[in-house]
Write a protein that binds this ligand. Structure first.
Ligand SMILES: Cc1cc2nc3c(=O)[nH]c(=O)nc-3n(C[C@H](O)[C@H](O)[C@H](O)COP(=O)(O)O)c2cc1C
Length: 344
């Protein structure tokens, strides 16, 4: 992979989801994965009073995803991000939302490969960390393989060698961003073909990847995988990444209980400074996905953590209720089997 980052396993940038609390949580589960911020627009970095680039060093390695299409603004933001110690800058060329389209960036940039190349070049000239592009396989009628090939060729000509490709096109009119993540069919073959045609580039595949086994299968064809919704909904999948994907034999999967201990400490500190508990707990609802009592954990936490003044006792209550629900369930099953035996 490239000089500074290892993008074999990446978590996807997700607006309103992959925020600092979420990344703190994910980092407890995997040390090696490359994490991405939510998209931050150049306008927000340049004009907002809030510092959108602040992050905790414990989240590293972390890539900042920028949204914008002005080469000068992007270079300014990239330079600032490098000073903050981000390990990579990623340009969003995949978001189809109206707001982003009106701003002239995101997926609509796929129609203008030369502008993307100019943006990337401008950032690369400004920083020494890697600059990557996250794009789709096409937009609207510009969806032939040749179009994608030309896009990659044009952008890589400026020296960019890391592309994350969401293996479905986007319709800029008529589909919501959410629909654009599900309705256009996945075409993994197009991404594999890009790797064949540009073997010197680092190609990361994204879209609909739902297990470690599926990651391993994709990694036979491309350099990296990026997962979004699966990681968000079933975060414990991350506990296997360092060993199963990065081959770190010494990485033993952290237990859910160990993760919860750290989350409780983190939440305690955050709440004591006036933070809202649910800002943290909303990201951990899926931690027990697939475990007995998981639904109880999720329900109690989502109901109680949003109440005014909620503290970490909510988390403890959710854990206790989950264990109780699991035990009740086991007992219920035991009695059912005993009755079945009696009636036979
Ligand atoms: C709630 C949500 C917000 C997203 N926000 C962004 C974003 O800010 N930037 C981006 O490039 N992609 C964004 N995406 C798209 C994801 O990065 C990813 O490309 C997409 O979800 C497909 O991957 P998946 O099937 O593994 O989820 C978002 C996806 C979701 C579900």
């Amino acid at each position: 992979m490239n000089k500074y980052t290892d993008n074999t396993f990446c978590t996807a940038p997700m607006l309103d989801l992959s925020d600092d609390h979420c990344r703190f949580f994910w980092r407890l589960l995997t040390k090696k994965s490359m994490l991405y911020t939510e998209m931050v627009t150049t306008g927000a970095v340049i004009y907002s009073k809030k510092d959108y680039l602040l992050f905790n060093e414990s989240e590293s390695p972390l890539a900042l995803q920028l949204g914008g299409s002005n080469p000068g603004d992007l270079a300014f933001c990239a330079k600032k991000a490098e000073k903050y110690n981000y390990q990579e800058i990623n340009l969003n060329v995949g978001c189809p939302s109206d707001r982003v389209q009106n701003g002239g960036f995101g997926a609509s940039l796929m129609a203008n490969p030369q502008l993307v190349a100019d943006c990337v070049k401008s950032m690369m000239d400004a920083v020494s960390i890697p600059v990557s592009v996250k794009c789709r396989i096409g937009i609207d009628e510009l969806d032939s393989y040749e179009y994608l090939q030309n896009f990659i060729e044009t952008v890589s000509a400026c020296g960019c060698d890391l592309f994350i490709i969401h293996a479905r096109k986007a319709w800029l009119q008529g589909l919501s961003p959410r629909e654009n993540r599900d309705i256009p069919p996945l075409k993994y073959e197009s991404v594999y073909q890009i790797k064949k045609d540009f073997p010197q580039l680092n190609i990361v595949i994204n879209g609909g990847i739902d297990s470690i086994d599926a990651c391993k299968e994709h990694l036979k064809h491309v350099d990296g995988v990026m997962l979004g919704r699966t990681v968000y909904d079933q975060p414990y999948i991350l506990a296997d990444v360092d060993r199963e994907i990065y081959g770190d034999e010494n990485a033993s999967a952290v237990t859910r209980e160990e993760v919860m201990e750290q989350i409780i400490r983190y939440a305690e500190e955050y709440v004591s400074k006036g933070g809202k508990l649910s800002n943290i707990t909303r990201h951990i609802l899926g931690l027990y996905f697939g475990c007995p009592g998981a639904r109880t954990f999720r329900r109690i936490l989502s109901q109680d953590a949003i109440l005014k003044g909620a503290g970490v006792e909510c988390i403890k209550k959710a854990l206790n209720s989950m264990h109780q629900a699991a035990a009740d369930n086991e007992e219920h099953e035991r009695m059912y089997l005993a009755n079945l035996q009696k009636s036979e």
